[in-house]
Design a protein around this ligand. Sequence first.
Ligand SMILES: Cc1ncc(COP(=O)(O)O)c(C=O)c1O
Length: 474
Amino acid sequence: MVSDTLTTRQSAGANGHEPASPDAAGALSQTARDHVWIHQLAWDEFTGERLRIFDRGEGSTLWDIQGRSYIDGISGLWVVNAGHGRAEIAEAYAKQATRLAYASASSYTTGPAIELAAKLASITPGDLNRFFFSSGGSEAVETAIKIAKQVQAMRGFPRRYKIIARRGSYHGMTHGAMSLTAIRNEAYFGPFMYGVSHVPGPNRYRNDFGLEGEAGDLMAARYVEQEIENQGPETVAAVIGEPVSSAAGVHVPSPKYWQTLRQICDKHGVFLIADEVINGFGRTGTMFATEQFGFVPDLMTMAKGLSSGYAPIAATAVRESLFADFQEKKEVALGHLLTFGGHAAAAAAAVKNIEILEDENLSAAAAERGAYLMSRLEELRAHPTVGDVRGIGLLCGIELVRNKETKQKFGKEAGFIKRVGELLVDHGIVTRAWDTMHFAPPLVVTTAELDRMVAIADESLTTAEREFAIEIDG
Ligand SMILES: Cc1ncc(COP(=O)(O)O)c(C=O)c1O
């Protein structure tokens, strides 16, 4: 049974933007605790004072129902590239939803889905000209894996089912995508999809091979080839990676890393999947990160910034050479169907979002504002706990360490990183602080907002370092 706090929400400022009364806010929090499953909160975090209920957003700013403002330091979850409060995108969605919100993607399509596919073909690299639509990044990854496997089988290689991913990577939480995700909970969800292995990825800060710079990146590429050879090339369907890793800690490799992986995959008949779910749509300073690394993947996944979060939509881009197998074997369809794929109103929102990204030149803005942000983040190296500062465009992070010389990480039990996270939100930034603290605001962020983000991070680190002084040896 739902309590009467839905009416409370209306008086909580949804229309007039006035903050909710303490009673109304308290009631809404209670209803959230009673009924909402917030995906990643453990129950003790649900029940504490820190539960934030957001009410509205504008540009890079969020307000909660109590009227407190926050800089959205991670664009929701690397999603809201065009910024909050874009009435044009909402209007495009509403107009299409009024006309026709949905038609099944199983056997039909719609005008907005066609327009979006054509637009994507014009902005994605090379001959990535075919688009399978879905609702979120995990579905886009599932789709990519299935296309890779089916095409391998259609080409006469049914034993090519293995997928090679990289350590530390995140590719989603549905079962197949989670199997590729390195941080996966074996105890709860194993066994995972058979045939997935993880190899080291580029990491210039904590390099597994004792090699500096590009040489380390290229050794990471060698590990991919070695894994293909160890597994037996005749068993490997695809290699997957984010051009710039995000969850693994924002590692920016040399373009040669990706170009080498391209050559290795071609040599062994293995497909290369670029996961641009976070990287895409201007985040790294170009529309897609692959552009900066000078390679064309066989499959590319995209979601998040595709609609800047105004509608749940994702896509898997496919090269012509792969789709050609379906054109040749005319009677064979892909063994895949997702009810909400190509949702007409969501596609209309995505088309408008891309138009805004292009009209306002937000990829270039990300490059420019990202360079400024990096220069300011460099100042944080003065902290005893900031081991490294990394990034490209507005995909930046600082790595927090217990000891700068040994690069020893903070264990969860130390509580330092959790405390930093609490301080950040208390001081008005919404972001993620793990081993890496992420800085990825909407691409419309202002210089003043970037300065404020850095000032809050600085202050939060100082406070946490003081509170934990005894434990910091670096
Ligand atoms: C690189 C990458 N791929 C895939 C996903 C999964 O996307 P979703 O959460 O929309 O399913 C994510 C989510 O953060 C991601 O970062």
